[in-house]
Design a binder for this molecule. Structure first.
Ligand code: HEM
Length: 528
């Protein structure tokens, strides 16, 4: 009995003790978290408190860039918010964005599930010495193949783009009778420009290899998109469906890698160091040189050479295709909404270029209406509304706030382009805002479609060349209108990595060129 009651008392005491320990432990945890939050509130930029673990995730509705914009309206031009475990800092003031991203400290990329899958290869999602070396190497390589307005090699790039513009116009000429979805036609033409520069590959329209390639890219974006939640709540990695998504991603990536590797192998077989065909050749040259000097294993910070080339091909393709295609689609959409602006561009082209040829790069400086229309499309559509996410490479102070290493720092370019204190009536499509009183095109320092600072767009010059050549030749060759049985398509975009217009079709009417009456053998080069 005594033993029993001792046991009961003992059990009771133990249970009481355990409950107390649990209570004390929870209290300590609560206090620590409370102190953490307090410390954050004092040292981080202002922003919503959010819920434990989930942060502001449950309050997200609609497009993320609009959610961030609303927060900056409420809390100021530098805000912080938590999405799950990730600390996000959003900058919406252009001077702050510029001054921050000029600093070496902000050249990092956040360490996430996504960057883990990419394994530290490529250029876009890496940081440190490899990023710096690769960025410089690609910058020089792209200039070598004509991505520069100042170099005499500019004509090389111009003729690569022109080949695609001409093919694009031929395809469209055959489609004037029916409403056309320009998206797939742009996709092939724009892909061909970047694929030609990277690896001398061109696809024909309706090419099954291209369709498979694009499906892989689209599927890749979709699969990575479905991992998004785990970027914010890493515990979700342990849910049952997660592994199968990762397996699909890895299968998809292997097929892409095989496609790129076949091209790399073909290049290796036909490589001639005295005749550089494309960026891939410049990589092979670099590898050959490093091997001869006995430095091969140090190249790319010791990473696998073929995998690095594969990821560079993937990075440049994904950065240089969707962006230009979406911008051109926006340009077409704004012309449908503003036919008077379309006619203004066409009249300028008729006067300056004439009706006997297509526009050339050297015409651009004499075409302020055309150039400013392209800039206005880039401003108002802000197709990369949040730039790319940067991360401090160490704990840093910014504007008096403390930002820990690996915080996600977002440049909210959309907010800069829609700021009514910088632009009069920012919601209005008004190309003339880029033209000064002398009729010259001017770009204010707060016009940032390509970002700013050390990680700003690597392909800006190529992008501007392509946008000008496709847009001007397209409007020089066709009048566009809304198909008879359709309504004006919406200006509300679909936000993903970029913002693109919802699918729409246009009617095309060929504009007569003077060579239409001339024997085809006598037509000037670059005409149809
Ligand atoms: C209309 C077309 C384009 C737009 C609006 C655009 C915009 C941007 C923006 C906003 C960034 C991020 C800047 C930052 O966060 O600081 C970026 C990065 C980048 N862009 Fe573009 N881009 C375009 C076309 C291209 C093209 C054609 C290429 C191909 C060569 C390209 C290659 C890149 C690369 C490699 C980066 C990452 C740079 C780095 O991480 O250091 N882009 N682009």
């Amino acid at each position: 009995m005594f033993a029993y009651s001792t046991l009961v008392i003992w059990n009771f005491a133990v249970r009481e003790y355990s409950t107390n320990v649990l209570l004390v432990f929870s209290l300590v945890l609560f206090l620590v978290r409370g102190l953490q939050l307090l410390r954050e509130a004092l040292t981080l930029p202002p922003g919503p408190w959010g819920l434990p673990i989930l942060g502001s995730l449950p309050f997200l509705k609609g497009d993320l860039h609009l959610h961030y914009r609303d927060l900056t309206h409420k809390y100021g031009s530098m805000i912080s918010t938590r999405l799950g475990s990730q600390l996000i800092v959003v900058l919406s003031d252009y001077k702050m964005i510029r001054d921050t991203f000029r600093k070496e400290d902000f050249t990092g990329r956040p360490d996430t599930e996504f960057t883990n899958i990419l394994g530290g290869y490529g250029v876009i999602n890496i940081a440190g010495k490899l990023w710096k070396d690769q960025r410089r190497f690609l910058h020089d390589g792209l200039r070598h193949f004509g991505m520069s307005y100042l170099s005499s090699r500019k004509t090389q790039m111009e003729s690569r783009i022109m080949t695609e513009v001409e093919e694009f116009l031929v395809v469209l000429k055959a489609r004037v009778e029916e409403p056309v979805d320009l998206n797939p036609v742009f996709a092939v033409s724009i892909s061909n420009v970047i694929c030609d520069v990277i690896m001398s590959v061109r696809f024909s329209h309706n090419d099954s290899r291209f369709i498979r390639f694009m499906n892989l890219i689209d599927e890749g974006f979709r699969l990575f998109g479905s991992l998004e939640a785990t970027l914010f709540i890493p515990l979700l990695r342990y849910l049952p469906g997660h592994n199968s998504t990762r397996q699909k991603i890895s299968k998809n990536r292997s097929e892409m890698a095989r496609f790129f590797q076949e091209t790399i192998d073909e290049h290796k077989e036909t490589f001639d160091p005295s005749h550089m065909r494309d960026l891939l050749d410049t990589y092979l040259y670099e590898i050959q040189k490093a091997d001869e000097e006995g430095n091969g294993h140090h190249l790319f910070e010791g990473k696998d050479h073929d995998r690095q080339m594969q990821q560079i091909m993937g990075d440049l393709f994904s950065a240089g295709m969707e962006t230009i295609k979406s911008s051109l689609q926006w340009a077409v959409l704004f012309m449908l909404h503003h036919p008077d602006k379309m006619r203004a561009v066409q009249e300028e082209l008729d006067q300056v270029v004439g009706r006997q040829r297509l526009p050339k790069l050297e015409d651009m400086s004499y075409l302020p209406v055309t150039e400013s229309t392209i800039y206005e499309v880039l401003r108002i559509s802000s197709i990369v509304p949040m730039g790319t996410t940067h991360a401090p490479i160490r704990d840093v102070k910014l504007n008096g706030f403390h930002l820990p290493q690996n915080a996600q720092v977002v440049p909210l370019l959309h907010a800069v382009h829609m700021d009514p204190t910088l632009w009069t009536d920012p919601e209005k499509f008004n190309p003339s805002r880029f033209v000064n009183s002398e009729g010259k095109v001017t770009k204010p320092e707060y016009f940032l479609p390509f970002g700013v600072g050390r990680r700003m767009c690597l392909g800006e010059v190529l992008a501007r060349m392509e946008l000008f050549m496709f847009f001007s030749s397209f409007l020089h060759s066709f009048d566009i209108s809304v198909p008879a049985d359709s309504t004006l398509p919406s200006l509300k975009g679909v936000a993903g990595v970029t913002i693109s217009p919802k699918p729409f079709k246009v009617s095309l009417r060929a504009r007569a060129m003077e060579w239409d009456h001339v024997d085809s053998s006598l037509r000037p080069a670059g005409s149809h």
